[in-house]
Every structure is written in C-alpha cells, then in structure tokens.
Design a protein around this ligand. Structure first.
Ligand SMILES: *Cc1c(COP(=O)(O)O)cnc(C)c1O
Length: 386
C-alpha cells in the first residue's frame, strides 16, 4: 500500500520499486562468472519503468553497461549525466551520426556505408568511434551475415576513426531448452567470432545472451550478457521461472473518482455493453484508460483489486477512464463486496493484501507478452519511485 507521496494532479500512477530492480540486478549478476559484464537493456524508457532512475539503480547494484534502442533514448541518459557505456542496439540513420559521436553513444553496425561515415565523424571530432558489430545468425532482423563478416571487417578496419568494442548476435528462441534453431544460431555465432579472431580482427566484447539465454544457457555468457525483462522482475518465459527468483518492480494504481448505484438496466461506457443486472451493484470510475496503456481489448475481461479483493472491470475502457462494478447485495452474501468510496485505492497491476494481479495475467488476457504490458503503462502515467 502506498506509503509515499502520490502525484498531486492525477489519481492514477505507476509505482516503481527501485529496491526490486536492484535485487533483480544482483540476482542476475549472481548467475555470471567473475569478470563477465552485465549490460542492462533500458530501451523503451526501461520497459516503461523510467530509464534515468532505473539506469542509476542498476548501476548501483552492479550493472556495467546499458543498451538503448534509439538515439533519443541514449541522448536522454547522457543529458541526465549518465556517463557509463551506452550501446544502441541498432544502426542509426546517417543523419544521426553526429549526435552519436557528440554524446558517445555506441552504435551497432552492419553496413560499411554507416561504419565509414561514423568513423569519419569520430575522427573529425578527435574521438574513437567505438561500435559493436551486429551479426545476423538466424533471427533475420539486423546484422552482417556470418559468411560476410570477415570481408565486412576488412572493408572498414583500415579506418583510423573506428574501433570494434564488441561483437554480438541476438537469439530468436533462447527460451527453448532443447532447440535445434537455438543451437544453430549459437554455433554460427561462435564459429564467426572464432573466424574473425583467426583473421586477426579485434572482436571486442563478445555477447549474445538475452535474459532467457542468460538463465538457460550459461555456456554462452562469453564476455557480457544483455539482460532486459528480468531486471524488471518479470520472467521471459515459463522455462526460466524455476531457475531464478525475481521481484516485479512495477505496480499500477488509481483512486476511485466516482462511485454510484445506477438503476437496474442502466448501461456503462461507450456502447453501453454492460447493463446493471441486479440491485445493489455499484459502479466505480478510475481515471486510467487505453491512452495510459490499459489496452481497450481488456474491456469487460479484466479485474482490478480494491480493498484487497478482485472486482470486475465493466464496459468499454475509454481513452482516459474506465469503470468497474462491485456487487454489494447483502443477500448474495458469499460474493458480497464492501462498497467503495471516492478516493479508495485501486490496483490495476500489483498486490493489495493477499491478492495480486501480475503483468503476466494481463498479458495472457490481451494475447501478448508481459514486455508489452509494462512498456504500455510507461506511456503517460506519472511514475513514483519507492
Ligand atoms: C531487448 C533486447 C535484449 C534484452 O532482451 P530481454 O528478452 O528483455 O532480456 C537483448 N538484446 C537485444 C539485441 C535486444 O533487442
């Protein structure tokens, strides 16, 4: 329950437990041999948890490097005074190269056109153009193909402005325990790294494991692991749940802005899809909607927690508000709920008493993954760090 200062201007917010983040970082570090670095993915505003605060908490708990998805995400961290290494997990448009150099954000590289332009820009600024070579070993997303890797390096290595600070790939099926495709990708990756070394290339830090890879495939930790979802206390897959204990960092809360007893037959929200079925049904409103990340596809199918108990969300979820119903009928006492009042605390994600609604429960209802659920709640709600 909130024992902190809530936002003063809106009765809906995201609560981020930085202690949980630090705990998760330490748990992940505990999986690594001495000397193996931990890169923390803080892209998409730290999966909706707030990149600046999370980056600082992760560093305090032992993180070594950070990964972002866009130039703007890297710049945001630098402007906040964060000086630790930042890798952009993609190549940027040529027009963004000056910004990368100005802010010391390392790009992932897979075209020689980009690499050479980046090297030129770095050299002109009297800087070292650190980059990580991305290899496409089977995900078919970004990267140089394994068979082109040596030729690629030979085509750019002459440039004095460039330095290969890392070589990496990304797995498509790291959450499978016995997976032929995973084995193929990891073999292609290690073979290519070895071939690059044999050809005299400095490959820098070698890394390939994401969260599921890190937990299930320690033989592939190499020099560094790139953790994401586990930092925020969520499991990437069912296969990892028995291997590591994590603490969810995000809760989503709101307070009731209105609660009334509509007459039987009255409807709720756009479309009036929900009708008051019996007397004594209370309808309460909370100021959180799909523009805050509460997907409209959940309408009428999700629960919220109030007074430590589940209540059914009813009617279509609006852009900025939604409603839930509480059956206070004293006759059907087995289901009877306490009436709610304006100002009562409502939990959308997180725990209230002994009840809990997880990002995984919401993801299942939406037909998506927990990653998307937390990213979405980062969109507009104010974050409170506890
Ligand atoms: C997002 C991302 C990660 C982290 O993935 P998780 O599944 O959250 O651990 C690692 N590497 C790359 C290239 C990514 O894009």
């Amino acid at each position: 329950m909130p024992l902190y200062e809530e936002p003063t201007d809106r009765w809906a917010w995201v609560e981020i437990d930085l202690n949980a983040i630090r705990k998760n970082v330490r748990a992940l570090k505990g999986l690594l041999r001495r000397g193996v670095k931990l890169m923390c993915a803080v892209k998409a505003d730290a999966y909706g948890h707030g990149a600046i605060e999370c980056t600082k908490a992760m560093k305090a708990a032992g993180a070594d490097q950070f990964a972002v998805a866009t130039v703007a995400e890297g710049v945001e961290l630098r402007k906040a005074g964060i000086e630790w290494p930042i890798l952009m997990l993609n190549q940027a448009p040529l027009t963004a190269i000056q910004t990368l150099v100005d802010y010391d954000i390392m790009p992932s590289v897979y075209t020689s056109e980009f690499a050479l332009a980046y090297g030129e820009c770095a050299a002109a600024a009297d800087k070292v153009g650190n980059y990580h070579l991305a290899l496409d070993t089977g995900m078919t997303r970004i990267g140089v193909l394994p068979e082109d890797a040596i030729e690629f390096r030979h085509a750019i290595d002459f440039h004095r402005g460039l330095k290969c600070a890392g070589t990496f790939t990304h797995f498509a099926t790291a959450d499978n325990l016995q997976d032929w495709d995973f084995r193929l990708q990891s073999e292609r990756f290690m073979d290519t790294v070895n071939a690059l070394r044999d050809a005299g290339c400095d490959v820098g830090l070698v890394h390939c494991d994401n969260t599921p890879g890190m937990i299930l495939h320690p033989e592939l930790h190499n020099d560094m692991c790139r953790a994401g979802i586990a930092l925020y206390g969520l499991q990437p897959a069912e296969t990892t749940a028995s291997r590591i204990k994590l603490t969810p960092a995000m809760s989503v809360r709101a307070r009731v802005t209105r609660a009334i007893y509509p007459a039987v037959g009255e409807g709720v929200s756009y479309g009036l899809n929900y009708r008051i079925p019996t007397p004594h049904v209370q309808v309460a409103t909370i100021p959180i909607g799909y523009a805050d990340g509460l997907s409209r596809t959940l309408s009428g199918r999700m629960d919220v927690l109030v007074h430590g108990k589940r209540a059914r969300q009813v009617g279509n979820i609006c852009m900025d508000q939604c409603m839930f119903a509480v059956d206070t009928n004293p006759v059907r006492s087995y289901r009877r709920a306490e009436p709610v009042a304006e100002g009562d605390l409502v939990t959308i994600i997180g725990a209230d008493g002994n009840e809990r609604i997880t990002a995984d429960e919401m993801a299942d209802l939406r037909g998506t993954i927990n990653y998307e659920v937390t990213c979405n709640f980062g969109m507009r709600l104010e974050k409170v760090y506890v």
